[in-house]
Write a protein that binds this ligand. Structure first.
Ligand code: ASP
Length: 310
């Protein structure tokens, strides 16, 4: 019999869930994708559940996607962002969240700049915690929606060649993707300038490549990441222009390959830097599918965590 509940109470990172958990989330997401494409896009599944979206770091796509997922599941929602909160008045994370919990919140979807903040909370409070991004560490729902989008195109990722191109060092998307893809049996490569690739990354079982053409020739899918300028206190690359010249994905480069690969990007896109507009908007790109799938995948995660509460 296949698994019907997650092995965990929280989604803290892909590192901490099993292959079976991932498969269950992806399968459930397929059911919710069908729901969000119906004329009536809402189901009553989380009618008695209250969710707080707590964002200590900027977010557009992820916050909206979670909020929409929660609304489609009929949950009650509280939105909270650090800039408009008492955090700026010196309150601790635990005090802030305990105050929210005193209002009888069942689940917390949190983005926080500190890796480990979610683990800390999970130890101290009773609600289900969903990591919506913790600094440069993990962004589990992004990896799940990326993998869902790959499977939608390829049937499976097992044995497929996936390259993650760009700023691997500062990207939580990269790390969560690596964990997720490896658990599902994909071959994973990272490609970027040596300064933006962590030294010991090959210990995670990934191939390291610094030549973008060779990486694209090898892969079935290229997941393209932006340079995380907001996380760089020193200069890791001489200039964005030079980065675009050596690592940017453009039409000319794709046309010179002898096959058609799938292009992905978690957003936000810096057009003309890591990817040109003619690639981002092309038939090969599944960037908007990723956004649509994000809602279905987040519905699946919230639904499965809520199911285990009773
Ligand atoms: N939206 C993704 C994240 O929050 C990717 C990015 O910001 O570049 O990590």
């Amino acid at each position: 019999m296949s698994q019907s509940l997650l092995s965990t109470q929280h989604l803290l990172g892909i590192k901490y869930i099993t292959k079976e958990d991932i498969e269950l989330i992806l399968k459930t997401a397929t059911e919710f994708k069908e729901v969000i494409n119906r004329p009536i896009k809402k189901v009553p599944s989380l009618r008695d559940i209250t969710i707080a979206n707590v964002f200590f770091e900027n977010s557009t796509r992820t916050r909206i996607s979670f909020e929409l997922a929660e609304k489609r599941l009929s949950a009650d929602i509280i939105n909270f962002s650090a800039s408009s909160s008492s955090v700026s008045k010196g309150e601790t994370l635990l005090d802030t969240v305990n105050n929210i919990l005193a209002m009888k919140v069942d689940m917390i979807v949190m983005r926080h700049p500190a890796p480990g903040a979610h683990h800390f909370l999970a130890k101290h409070i009773d609600a289900n915690i969903v990591n919506a991004g913790d600094g440069t560490h993990e962004h589990p729902t992004q990896a799940l929606l990326d993998v869902y989008s790959m499977i939608e195109k390829l049937g499976s990722v097992e044995g497929k060649n996936i390259v993650i191109v760009g700023d691997i060092l500062h990207s939580r998307v990269a790390l969560s993707n690596i964990f997720c893809l490896k658990k599902l049996g994909a071959n994973v490569m990272v490609c970027g300038p040596a300064t933006l690739i962590p030294k010991h990354i090959s210990s995670l079982g990934v191939i390291v490549e610094h030549n973008v053409r060779r990486a694209l020739e090898w892969c079935d899918v290229a997941n393209v990441l932006r340079i995380q300028l907001e996380r760089q206190d020193v200069r890791y690359i001489p200039s964005l222009r030079e980065y675009a010249l050596y690592f940017g994905i453009n039409r000319h480069l794709l046309d010179s390959l002898n096959k058609e690969i799938i292009i992905m990007h978690p957003g936000p896109i810096n057009r003309g830097v890591e990817i040109t507009s003619d690639v981002a908007d092309s038939r090969q790109s599944v960037i908007l599918d990723q956004v649509e799938n994000g809602v279905a995948v987040r519905m699946a995660v919230l639904y499965l965590l809520a199911s285990a509460r009773n």
